[in-house]
Design a protein around this ligand. Structure first.
Ligand code: TYD
Length: 138
């Protein structure tokens, strides 16, 4: 997997004077079956989360509120995706180093995953990630 496999997905929007509505569907806007949903909230300014890669888990990230940056690194190239609208999602395949930072106050990050939580799926060390990437193991 490389940076080119990361996709910004525009989600449906129903604009309404009573308030807008958006939604996501698995195997449609999200290109995998969802096994897990979690959210990150109450992040103090300046904090960063999730400096790691997943061996198997794919994810889809939505900034439900506020904004933050998702930094993707494929071992070769690095790209920053700023999420600041609730009607865009970022698809991140497995095998990429990713960090989320630059959280705005009261931001809310919603994440859908393709696998259940499994600590052994994480690669937490960047040098290890580069090694696995070089060997084609991730
Ligand atoms: P972690 O993935 O390490 O957070 P981040 O990479 O964003 O810093 O998760 C933090 C803690 O939450 C960790 O102790 C495990 C727990 N956790 C679950 O139990 N289930 C989950 O689905 C996730 C994402 C985390």
């Amino acid at each position: 997997m490389t940076i080119e496999d990361v996709k910004v997905v525009e989600l449906p929007r129903f604009l309404d004077a009573r308030g807008n509505l958006s939604f996501v569907e698995q195997l449609n806007h999200i290109p995998f079956e969802i096994e897990r949903t979690y959210w990150i909230y109450d992040v103090p300014g300046g904090e960063a989360r999730g400096g790691h890669a997943y061996k198997r888990n794919q994810e889809f990230i939505v900034a439900l509120s506020g904004s933050f940056d998702v930094v993707i690194d494929d071992g070769n190239k690095k790209k920053v995706y700023t999420l600041n609208r609730s009607y865009y999602g970022l698809y991140v395949p497995s095998g990429l180093w990713r960090e989320i930072n630059n959280f705005s106050t009261n931001s809310l990050a919603l994440e859908f995953g393709s696998t259940l939580y499994d600590r052994s799926d994480y690669v937490d060390n960047y040098d290890e990630f580069i090694k696995l990437k070089g060997n084609g193991e991730i």
